[in-house]
Design a protein around this ligand. Structure first.
Ligand SMILES: Cc1cc2nc3c(=O)[nH]c(=O)nc-3n(C[C@H](O)[C@H](O)[C@H](O)COP(=O)(O)OP(=O)(O)OC[C@H]3O[C@@H](n4cnc5c(N)ncnc54)[C@H](O)[C@@H]3O)c2cc1C
Length: 440
């Protein structure tokens, strides 16, 4: 009999198993695939993502093979902003969410999943979790309406059954645990982005570059193996036209969004891998806990990649859920009260506002005149530029940055108007042009 069985061993599952094991609990971690391996995901971690790794003592190992930077370069319709996430905002974020602001780092990094997920899995193993790879869970065990274990089969075909006081579903978007429990998705947002990416060597961008033009966006960021993850995305309704010629449309999208980036990639870059991509990133929420079970990571909620927060949020869930489950296993609190705390942190007003922010961005509407004015007004205001970057990454609350009084203050401080920027000439015509699908 285990204290906890964790189904799925990547960002959410390995981290939860590691934290529970470190607290002295007996944990079984089951994973259907074998690591190291990649999953369909880019792999950018904002500073709070790296801060979790630092809090858990894993950042040094990640940093040994992964470049990190603090600079974030944003270019919206040609309006350039550069900044970094302030340490103070990071500490406040951790204090408000976890009651403990230690271990924050201001760097970001892009860590290949085959690197990161293996480090997390090994950390769970070292902490004492029993790790079994190549084990697919295909049944939940119920007693008196409560989940008390799992059944499954190994890659070799042997059946197994294991019991635990709680089962943690960390098995991703298509969560078997959620399906077996019959959990309905709610607040689903069908509108999302298509996203295609690959890896180029041969140039050194230094930090994250995010470009946006019309309904398209592109990002480039250094990652492991001296390569740069290079990504383009746009509205999912343009996805099938894009897919008809991925290699050609990838270059076309890069050049539309940023002619300079397109030129760098073509003249200096060497493509090191095939293209990866997805057309479906519809967002949803699921119930978080019930009798004998709790969900973490994508199993519990998913949102579009356009703000690159899924892995960091999986870490957040792991730390919150492990603290809650651990307090019950230690006998400090009844399970229901402990998991209600997890739910309250996850379903806070800030979390709801951020979910809405990501889902709205994922519709990839051309930026409105007032949104462009805000970008123009931020130039030269480093404090608010940094706060905007932190807000975009879910480190500072969305509502506080976008509240009208703050926007008025930014505008007053800017002492410049949109007339000074070329994008605002012929705004209506440009904006209408953006609505046409360039790939069809
Ligand atoms: C295109 C795309 C780009 C993204 N880019 C970013 C980004 O740049 N930054 C970022 O932070 N996030 C990004 N995300 C989101 C991120 O990938 C996810 O939020 C993150 O992987 C969630 O981690 P997880 O552990 O919950 O689930 P997963 O990483 O999906 O892991 C679930 C694990 O469970 C295992 N499993 C499933 N079913 C079973 C079963 N029945 N039995 C045993 N094991 C099982 C799977 O094999 C898998 O290993 C992106 C997502 C997509 C789709």
């Amino acid at each position: 009999m285990f204290d906890a069985i964790v189904v799925g061993a990547r960002c959410a599952g390995s981290a939860t198993a590691m934290l529970l094991s470190r607290a002295g609990h007996r944990v079984l971690l089951l994973e259907r695939s074998r690591l190291p391996s990649d999953v369909l995901s880019t792999h950018f971690l904002w500073p709070h993502g790296l801060s979790y790794l630092n809090r858990w003592g894993l950042l040094d190992e990640v940093s040994r093979t992964t470049p990190s930077h603090t600079a974030v370069h944003l270019v919206n319709e040609g309006i350039e902003l550069t900044g970094e996430v302030p340490e103070k905002l990071l500490r406040t974020h951790f204090e408000e969410l976890h009651g403990d602001g230690t271990g924050v780092v201001t760097a970001h990094a892009s860590v290949r999943r085959r690197v990161l997920d293996k480090i997390l899995l090994d950390a769970a193993d070292e902490a004492g979790a029993e790790v079994r790879e190549g084990c697919l869970v295909d049944e939940l065990v119920f007693e008196d309406g409560r989940v008390t274990g799992v059944r499954g089969r190994t890659r070799e075909g042997a059946r197994f059954e294991e019991r635990a006081r709680i089962v943690v579903g960390a098995d991703g978007r298509n969560s078997f645990v959620a399906r077996a429990l019959g959990l309905a998705k709610h607040d689903e947002r069908a509108r999302c982005t298509f996203a295609y990416w690959t890896y180029y060597s041969g140039f050194a961008p230094g930090g994250l570059h995010l470009h946006r033009r019309g309904r398209l966006a592109a990002a480039v960021v250094p990652t492991n193996f001296d390569q740069n993850m290079t990504l383009v995305w746009g509205p999912s309704e343009w996805g099938s036209a894009f897919r008809s010629d991925v290699a050609g449309n990838f270059q076309r999208a890069l050049s539309l969004v940023s002619p300079e980036l397109g030129e760098t990639v073509r003249s200096e870059g060497r493509q090191e891998e095939r293209f990866y991509g997805t057309l479906d990133q519809a967002a949803y929420l699921r119930p978080l806990y019930g009798p004998g079970w709790v969900l973490v990571g994508d199993a519990e909620s998913f949102k579009d990649q356009c703000t690159a927060t899924g892995m960091t949020h999986a870490f957040r869930d792991a730390e919150l859920a492990a603290a809650a489950v651990g307090s019950w296993l230690r006998g400090d609190r009844p399970l229901d009260a402990a998991l209600r705390t997890y739910q309250e942190r996850r379903r806070s007003q800030n979390a709801a506002a951020y979910y809405d922010y990501v889902c709205t961005l994922a519709e990839m509407r051309p930026l409105r005149h007032d949104e462009l004015q805000l970008m123009a007004a931020l130039r030269g205001n480093q404090e608010e530029t940094d706060r905007y970057i932190a807000t975009h990454a879910d480190i500072a609350p969305v509502s506080r940055f976008f509240e009208p009084s703050n926007l008025f203050l930014i505008n007053d401080a800017a002492r410049e108007t949109s007339e000074q920027h070329a994008i605002f000439d012929g705004f209506a015509e440009t904006s209408r042009g953006y609505l046409r699908n360039p790939f069809s």
